[in-house]
Write a protein that binds this ligand. Structure first.
Ligand code: NAD
Ligand code: AHE
Ligand code: ZN
Length: 371
């Protein structure tokens, strides 16, 4: 273990709805069961924007946001055996301790070992590893990748193949794994009819997952016609713009063209109206709808209970249901073996100094439509 403090640059979120501020910060050494890593690349995700906008009930300020990163272990604290300095790693906002009730259940990826402190923006011992201008700065989602160096719990990081380029593999820290995992984890998706609502990063990855898992029909639903080209490329068999469906709802249309509805639907928009459509587009008796999108604060979902009484299932998934330490290295190998396309998701590059522009890049091509 090491005792040195690292001085480096980070983008600090001082308060909600303000641009991130580039700052010189101090990163304290990793404590027991902690890992300090150099962050080489990070993605920006809508969830970072959501928290920065003040919509996250767990949002803390000042903090260092970012949770879709990749880099190299710099040093480790006592008790860390699974990663060592020099390892190429991806931090995990969904930790995996392999020991808690959740990890041992075999029924969920939602490890709870560090989840309570993670939500409070602190390390498991209740303190922070970031200082800026003499002040404590909070962690975010157990990752804080908008910094040149960060400290994470040993349960919240996994070593991956060194040959994976970090500017691509960082995207496996959230968006791509979320969509790909959510689709591939559905046990009866082979031969199934599937609809994916919203084909941005998460939705396109779900299209890829559905194709990899052998789904029969993969219908991409998006209000932005520019997304058709991407949906086709990733394996969608159909593209439907709900704004071009007249005299009936999108769910009625989908039920009509699929002989009674979809076996699986996925919400990848975060829009609660879309979530309802996705549920109601499911086949009576067995269709399952999986919520992936993060809805704005205060929003609630609704449908007639009859929809569930008659066998449709409403569920959701975080990080694609993927157990990070056990399963992410294999997904990185899927990428390296060209089973999973990650490269085409890398559309823009920015330096850390341009991080606010990166948020604008992310919002640039999005057309949010409340139907
Ligand atoms: P994105 O902006 O890239 O994609 C959203 C897509 O939805 C866009 O193509 C947009 O045109 C489309 N859309 C908007 N309104 C629509 C409507 N009414 N009907 C159909 N399509 C519509 O976003 P993303 O990065 O793919 O993320 C999607 C959501 O997933 C976000 O809410 C994000 O916060 C969430 N997310 C959740 C998890 C998780 O673990 N559950 C992980 C990552 C991201
Ligand atoms: N903190 C928010 C909830 C945000 C949320 O749902 N986060 C997703 C990941 S989004 C990744 O871009 C998630 O993993 N949720 C499960 C969990 O344990 O946080 C709130 O409403 O408080
Ligand atoms: Zn994310």
């Amino acid at each position: 273990s090491t005792n040195n403090i690292i001085t480096c640059t980070a983008a600090v979120a001082w308060e909600p709805s303000k641009d991130l501020q580039l700052e010189t910060i101090q990163v304290l050494p990793p404590g027991p069961d902690e890992v300090r890593m150099k962050v080489d690349f990070t993605g920006v995700c809508h969830t970072d924007a959501y928290t920065l906008a003040g919509h996250d009930s767990e949002g803390k300020f000042p903090s260092i946001l970012g949770h879709e990163g990749a880099g190299v272990v710099e040093s480790v604290g006592d008790g860390v055996t699974d990663v060592k300095p020099g390892d190429h790693v991806i931090p995990l906002y969904t930790a995996e301790c392999k020991e808690c009730k959740f990890c041992k259940s075999g029924r969920t990826n939602l490890c709870q070992r560090v989840r309570a402190t993670q939500g409070q923006g602190v390390m498991p011992d209740g303190t922070v590893r970031f200082k800026c201008r003499g002040q404590d700065v909070y962690h975010f989602m157990g990752c804080s990748t908008f910094s040149q160096y960060t400290v994470v719990s040993k349960h919240s990081v996994v070593a991956v193949d060194k040959s994976a380029p970090a500017e691509k593999s960082c995207l496996l820290g959230c968006g791509i794994t979320t969509g790909y995992g959510a689709a591939t984890k559905q046990s009866h998706i082979k031969g199934a009819n599937v609809a994916i609502f919203g084909v941005g990063c998460v939705g396109l990855a779900a299209v890829q997952g559905a194709k990899a898992a052998g789904a029969a029909r993969i219908i991409a639903v998006d209000t932005n016609n520019k997304k058709k080209e991407f949906a086709d490329k990733h394996g969608a068999t159909d593209f439907i713009n709900p704004l071009e469906i007249h005299d009936k709802t999108i769910q009625q249309h989908l039920v009509e063209i699929t002989d009674g509805g979809l076996d699986y639907t996925f919400d990848c928009t975060g829009n609660v109206g879309v979530m309802r459509s996705a549920l109601e587009a499911c086949h009576k008796g067995w269709g399952e709808s999986i919520i992936i999108g993060v809805a704005a604060a205060g929003k609630e979902i609704s449908t007639r209970p009859f929809q569930l009484v008659t066998g449709r299932v409403w569920k959701g998934s975080a990080f694609g249901g993927v157990k990070g330490r056990s399963e992410l290295p294999g997904i990185v190998l899927d990428y390296l073996n060209k089973k999973l396309d990650v490269d085409s998701f890398h559309t823009h590059s920015r330096s850390l100094a341009e991080i606010n522009e990166a948020f604008h890049d992310m919002h640039g091509d999005v057309l949010y439509v409340d139907l």
